[in-house]
Design a protein around this ligand. Structure first.
Ligand code: FES
Length: 125
């Protein structure tokens, strides 16, 4: 693990719906870091909860990040749709731009995400 990252245990893999999501937040004051994990089968991806269209959090309801059929990530603000595995916007107002991916692993059945220790400007690529 890089010295500029910390690990966040998001919960047990078996506690996630399939497909399903769980959001997390760490830090306070001017540095809250918001992220979420997405389970699809045995695969888990993690992203910063920051829509690359206008910088809003992607969800309005807790742990709600997916399209109704559970096949893609959708932003609740203006409907940007992102591929779950790549984080690339495939429809909506910011096609081709990418969510910021986080390193995630399953360790002893728990989902563990690495997040930066310092505030970083979200990438808008
Ligand atoms: S802020 Fe997400 S689609 Fe506009």
């Amino acid at each position: 693990m890089s010295g500029s990252e910390i690990e966040v245990a998001v919960g047990g893999l078996d506690d996630l719906d399939d497909p399903g999501c769980r959001e997390f937040r760490i830090g306070e004051g001017d540095w809250p870091f918001r992220g979420f994990v997405v389970r699809q089968g045995d695969d888990v991806c993690a992203y910063q909860n920051y829509c690359v269209h206008a910088g809003h959090p992607l969800n309005w309801r807790p742990d709600s990040f997916l399209t109704p059929d559970g096949s893609q990530i959708i932003c609740s603000s203006h409907g940007a749709v992102y591929d779950i595995k790549s984080g690339v916007c495939v429809a909506g107002p910011c096609p081709g731009k990418k969510l910021r991916a986080l390193t995630v692993e399953i360790r002893d059945g728990s989902v563990v995400v690495r997040v930066p220790m310092k505030r970083q400007a979200p990438r808008n690529t």
